[in-house]
Design a protein around this ligand. Structure first.
Ligand SMILES: CC(C)(COP(=O)(O)OP(=O)(O)OC[C@H]1O[C@@H](n2cnc3c(N)ncnc32)[C@H](O)[C@@H]1OP(=O)(O)O)[C@@H](O)C(=O)NCCC(=O)NCCS
Length: 189
């Protein structure tokens, strides 16, 4: 009986509490510490986020969701202030990917046709050399192809083809990108 109570308390209380505290400390305290080494150590070792070499995650970036340990950010990426990762499923970002400020990624939503608003999760994948403009929103299940550009303020609901520029709500093709050769970002590092 005692064992069952302990197991119940663990599942119902301890695990959610630890998850809540980890996320609260991450977003309210650690994410604002002006030392990248401290932030990165917490992201990597407490949250299990994979961060590549020469990748910058600026202050004020927020993370939430039960699949934080399935967030992976490649090499030479820039994730600036106010980016918001909602990771109910994996978020995989390739190399040399640049975000503008305030990009939001949502792997999760609720089924609008279900009376219980049941949750739906699907991964987000962003390939190498992508630039995502400020305040763009990327929704669940979306793959952004290599070298694509997402215009500022776009709401991306469908996959984006490689080397294209998309914008608007919902995001539509604007044009092809004018180059397929990219230098590592940040330049000169
Ligand atoms: C996407 C972007 C790069 C467009 O570049 P571009 O193709 O050189 O721009 P243009 O001005 O020639 O615009 C091409 C078309 O896209 C449209 N467009 C441009 N920006 C758009 C946006 N954010 N959303 C929707 N449509 C956009 C233009 O209205 C134009 O349409 P038209 O041909 O019907 O007139 C740019 O507008 C943008 O969104 N930049 C992001 C800025 C940002 O986030 N900066 C943060 C620094 S990391």
């Amino acid at each position: 009986m005692l064992k069952q109570i302990r197991s119940w308390l663990n599942i119902k209380l301890a695990i959610p509490l630890v998850g809540f505290l980890r996320t609260w400390i991450l977003n309210v305290i650690i994410g604002n510490v002006p030392l990248a080494a401290v932030r990165n150590a917490y992201y990597r070792h407490v949250c299990g986020i994979s961060i590549g070499n020469n990748t910058e995650i600026w202050t004020g970036v927020r993370f939430t969701g039960g699949a934080m340990d399935r967030i992976s950010i490649g090499d030479h990426c820039t994730i600036p202030h106010y980016t918001f990762f909602v990771a109910g499923d994996s978020i995989v970002i390739g190399n040399n990917v640049v975000f503008g400020h305030g990009v939001e990624l949502y792997t999760s939503d609720h089924d609008p046709d279900d009376p219980h608003f049941s949750r739906r999760d699907a991964p987000i994948t962003i390939h190498d050399n992508v630039w995502i403009g400020s305040s763009a929103i990327i929704l669940k299940g979306v793959t952004i192809g290599e070298g694509a550009v997402v215009a500022a303020g776009a709401v991306v609901t469908r996959d984006v083809d490689a080397f294209t520029i998309v914008g608007g709500n919902p995001a539509k093709l604007i044009r092809e990108r004018g180059t397929r050769v990219f230098k590592q970002f940040p330049y000169g590092k």
